[in-house]
Design a protein around this ligand. Structure first.
Ligand code: UDP
Length: 324
């Protein structure tokens, strides 16, 4: 099979590419390296087993001719290319919206032209400001006002979901939407604000751990290789077509407890420093207080749901950052 991965040089995309190559498939990657990196995939390009199996195009998904060629060649498409991370959204608001909305429109247009099955990576951010748990795919969504730019990320990814579902309803295009919950693991960088690589890097340098807000906000982290398994199983499932499905982990933890856990696991002498949101992100920032997935639907559709413990995930990230 030939698999096209937009954003294939990114953190999740590179793990997905690796899994398909290991299985013997051909992988086509398109990535503009805005947040992706050749470091994530060079080892795959250099692996003799994958000679003539991996094809990398450094280009934008907004390039019509490139997307026409790649979508035409491939059997299935994973659309992972997006502006990622709250920090990116706040630093580059316009670029992020264009990438997320126009980029997804382009991918869907091409998939529809060639009638290729496509999985769109969405995000738990779409749920907005809930405090109940777990979050179920049919839940209402609650956003703050448009003056708070964080919500542009949720709104743009929600629009991507609607566009994909509209293609399904109108054109019978086989679309699958996966809402990913805080994916972590080796190759993720703290450069775009992601909490676990940031905290681990701080702990290993015995620098203060920067907890934003009061640290009572919670997250549920998912191990990247389990996310890849879930995405591959979703792609292979006819039952997933036209559906929105959560992909998330099992252990809810507050960010303050996470900081302490990382200090304990690394044997660091770091202290914990509480930083007001306004200082970290500017005055118009609003956080999501709680984020816990229901993975019942994922399990029902694929027979699989991530179950790796947070300690396991942290040990993998610590080992990776230590090695670098
Ligand atoms: N966070 C933090 N310190 C950091 C980076 C992030 O306290 O250096 C917090 C952030 O405010 C959020 C949580 O950790 O409440 C998860 O942040 P991340 O950006 O990893 O993902 P999000 O869930 O916000 O998309």
């Amino acid at each position: 099979m030939r698999v096209l991965i937009t954003g294939g040089a990114g953190f999740i995309g590179s793990h997905l590419a690796e899994a398909y190559l290991e299985r013997g498939d051909d992988v086509y990657i398109i990535d503009d390296l805005s947040t992706g990196s050749m470091d994530n995939i060079r080892f795959l390009q250099e692996d003799p087993r994958y000679r003539n199996k991996i094809f990398v195009h450094i280009n934008t998904i907004l390039n019509h001719d490139m997307m026409l060629e790649l979508t035409g060649i491939c059997d299935v498409v994973y659309h992972l290319a997006a502006a990622v991370g709250v920090k990116t959204i706040l630093d580059k608001p316009l670029e992020s919206i264009v990438t997320n909305i126009q980029g997804t429109e382009k991918v869907l247009e091409m998939c529809n032209k060639f009638k290729k099955r496509v999985l769109i990576a969405s995000t738990s951010e779409v749920y907005g400001k809930h405090t109940h748990a777990p979050l179920v795919e049919t839940d209402n969504i609650i956003y703050g006002p448009s003056s708070k730019f964080r919500w542009s990320y949720a709104a743009s990814k929600l629009m991507d979901e609607f566009t994909a579902l509209a293609h399904y309803r109108t054109n019978g295009l086989e679309v699958i939407i996966a809402r990913l919950f805080n994916t972590v693991g080796p190759r993720q960088t703290g450069a775009y604000g992601m909490v676990i690589p940031s905290f681990v890097a701080q702990a290993l340098k015995n620098e203060p751990i920067t907890v934003f807000g009061d640290g009572t906000q919670t997250r549920t982290f998912t191990y990247v290789k389990e996310v890849v398994t879930a995405l591959m199983k979703l792609m292979a499932s006819d039952q997933a077509i036209g559906e929105v499905i959560n992909v998330g982990g099992v252990e809810e933890i507050s960010i303050l407890d996470l900081a302490q856990r990382i200090i304990d696991m690394t044997g660091s002498t770091s202290t914990i420093q509480l930083i007001p949101y306004a200082e970290a992100f500017g005055k118009d920032f609003e956080d999501m207080q709680r984020r816990v997935p229901s993975t019942q639907k994922l399990e029902q559709v694929t027979g699989f749901a991530p179950d790796k413990s947070l300690d396991f995930i942290l040990s993998k990230v610590i080992e990776y950052i230590n090695r670098r």
